[in-house]
Design a protein around this ligand. Sequence first.
Ligand code: FAD
Length: 396
Amino acid sequence: SSIPKIVILGAGYGGILTAQRLQKELNYNEADVTLVNRHDYHYITTHLHMPAAGTDKIEHARVSISKLIDEFKIDLVKSSVKEIRLQDRKVILEDGTLSYDYLIIALGGEPETFGIPGMLEHAMTIRSINSVRLIREHIEYQFAMYKNDNKRNRIRFVVGGAGFSGVEFVAELADRIPQLCKEFDVDPKHVHIYNVEAAPSALPGFDPELVEHAMNVLKKKGVTFKIGVPIKQCLPDGVIVGEGEKIDAATVVWTGGIRGNSLLEQAGLEVMRGRVKVDEYLRAPGHEHVYVIGDNSLVFNKEGRPYPPTAQIAMQQGVNCAKNIVAAIRSKQPQPFEFTSKGTVASLGKGEAIAVVGDKKYKGWKAAQLKKLVDLRYLFIIGGIPLVLRKGRFFG
Ligand code: FAD
């Protein structure tokens, strides 16, 4: 047919922004756009550490996709992608097949466990609404069981990785513990939270002064840090670290790494840690109709270092690749992708955060307000004022 078919895989940060921008820029009957996602909701990943720890409701971290896109302009297909066939320009879903002229792969990452034995089997990860539900229920179950069998490891927690998501989660967990202790009549002094990180510092890459502030805030909340200490093995009842020391814990949450989606490698694309090194227009090398964005893409800065995978870069990539697809359809010149950092904020639980914006540093209440602003801005971008009013008051 003469109308090009555009298929977007994944309705996360990258996929939603791509869909919204295409729906805005394309003229009537200029292209067919299909958005495929495993669930009929979009989740606000950057907020998932709260429902995971139980400091916020799960409903607050998800939005129905039909509220975010115009279904007269975009076909929403709720299905799981099973295979991407680049040669045939087809995508195999669990219940059907789609063919495309332009493909956007925005499926998000998968946990990277670096081959640590037992990690995949025994640790939980913060990656979706369902995985978060599991963590929350698991924690509550351990408290309930502790009242029955008094096993100490039930109220001992290990968070593997002290990067962004690890630190944000551990902070929420530390905020939740006093509530749980009250609810289940447990003496807080028996509860232990460990944050274990192999790198020589927590929050690698962040300003050292702010990292120190973050660690002090969390230590005061009762977190024990083990920094420069690699996890060697994960067991059903704890972890082995460093030279063989065992930390008993019935709950291990792994936040230590993200890799690209395995479907990319299976499609025959060249990957590094599961990610595709895209060209300046965000296309997979050798496939000029295939765009890869978000946690699945690898983009290098001017110093030749890869940008860390964030929601921020995924959103900007979504906008850029939508523009470039419209340009391609209209036989116009594409625009190279350039990332503009709007700053970085890490929340440290209630009323506390650290932030770097440009060359300014923030901590405490001010940084916490910034975190709230970032979250509200995102709600506004994807859902306008109605979404800000519905979900905004729960953020921060
Ligand atoms: P995602 O947002 O992960 O979306 C992928 C989508 O694809 C999902 O909807 C998923 O359901 C769907 N999908 C996956 N596989 C399939 C399949 N086979 N078939 C169909 N659908 C599928 N970044 C920041 O910039 N700031 C922060 O403060 C921040 N905090 C974070 C806190 C936590 C706890 C975590 C876990 C991450 C945080 N991040 C943050 C990182 C950020 O969330 C990711 O970089 C971002 O979500 C990547 O966007 P994406 O579009 O690549 O993928």
